[in-house]
Design a binder for this molecule. Structure first.
Ligand code: ZN
Length: 365
């Protein structure tokens, strides 16, 4: 694909507010760092160790069916926990001070089935730079069957998307790990090719890691245990199904809903808001909060703080959000927060609204 010029953000007087906020956040993080470093390290060691232990337990005791399936279910839960607490922070370079160590941790994602090279491009270069911008936000752009952007391409089938998408959502990770990664590598019309040319070595890594993933989760348990192929594949499917449902609660709630804007660049390739306002208009927080969400789910509910400060580890987001709320009040910023139930409801409404096509010609035929 021919490389394309990136959209620009509008300039406005509000930039000074963000500079001030950034300074306050930086001071806050410096102040909290000595007491929080331990939790960051604890998660970085504990969660991968748990994943490994559960896997070993499957190999050792999986001849008992209940242990076998519980093991795969737990691997699905741990996959999401490791993603939210470790891999996502590592790709933003916020776990270790060393760039190399963060990079090594991102390879955990490859071991758990997702290609980290394309995901890094999709997440950092496209999603974080242009959330909710049609043609640029690759995290939202999933499949032709879903019309999430109000300006997205219309298909007749979209009028039923609010019915079939919730049924297809549990297959989310099957598509990501087994189909979409390959499409991004081999179909040069895919969005990431607008800015990226994938180096040859990444093709080798793609196949090598996918083979390792399928080998240790399907082939090795079959060889080590007196179980059928059907049982191993069912276990594997249970793991991906669990991880899909668990991760979608987190991934669908902060951007893709009826209260978010979906801004588009104008004829001069300029977006309507400045960078900070764009993040606020396209991202919302989830008000459900607890020790469990903070420790096990990577503070995903504090998503606005993540978009404004992606270089800050999630462990600081509750306090960063406290500052952000004060700024929002003082400067009348469009900071938004909904409960998980409300934001998923708004997502459902978005599917319904975007399924209504105003193709008059088609309707009168
Ligand atoms: Zn991110």
């Amino acid at each position: 694909m021919e490389k394309v010029t990136k959209p620009r953000y509008a300039k406005s007087g509000d930039e000074a507010i963000f500079h001030q906020l950034r300074q306050d956040v930086s001071n806050l993080v410096q102040q909290l760092e000595p007491q929080r470093r331990g939790s960051i390290m604890l998660k970085a060691v504990l969660f991968p160790a748990l994943y490994f232990l559960v896997y070993i337990a499957i190999l050792a005791f999986g001849s008992q069916r209940s242990i076998f399936f519980t093991g795969y279910f737990l691997l699905g839960v741990l996959l999401v926990m490791i993603f939210l607490n470790i891999i996502h922070d590592a790709v933003h370079g916020t776990i270790f001070h060393s760039k190399k160590l963060n990079q090594w941790y991102v390879y955990l994602f490859d071991l758990m089935g997702a290609n980290s090279y394309v995901w890094r491009q999709r997440h950092i270069r496209f999603h974080h730079n242009y959330p909710n911008v049609n043609g640029w936000d690759t995290d939202i752009e999933q499949s032709k069957l879903a019309r999430i952007f109000p300006t997205g391409k219309t298909l007749r089938i979209h009028r039923y998307q609010h019915i079939y998408l919730p049924v297809l959502y549990p297959l989310y990770l099957f598509n990501w790990l087994l189909v979409r990664d390959f499409k991004d590598f081999f179909n040069k019309k895919k969005t990431i090719w607008k800015l990226v040319t994938i180096p040859s070595v990444e093709y080798v890594k793609l196949f090598a890691f996918k083979a390792v993933f399928l080998f240790y989760l399907i082939v090795l348990p079959k060889l080590a245990l007196p179980v059928s192929w059907l049982q191993v594949i069912t276990g594997f499917a249970l793991m991906l199904l669990t991880a899909s449902v668990f991760s979608l609660m987190v991934l669908l709630s902060p951007h893709a809903n009826t209260s978010s804007e979906f801004p588009l660049p104008d004829g001069n390739n300029s977006l309507p808001h400045n960078w900070m306002m764009h993040m606020l208009y396209t991202t919302n927080d989830v008000s459900n909060d607890s020790w469990f969400i903070r420790f096990f789910m990577g503070c995903f509910n504090y998503h606005v703080a993540h978009h404004l400060f992606p270089n800050v580890n999630h462990i600081y987001y509750p306090e960063v959000t406290g500052l952000l709320k004060k700024y929002a009040e003082k400067y009348d910023l469009p900071y938004r927060q909904y409960s998980l139930r409300v934001s998923l409801g708004k997502h459902y409404r978005l599917l319904k609204e975007n399924g209504v096509t105003d193709d008059i010609f088609e309707e009168t035929m």
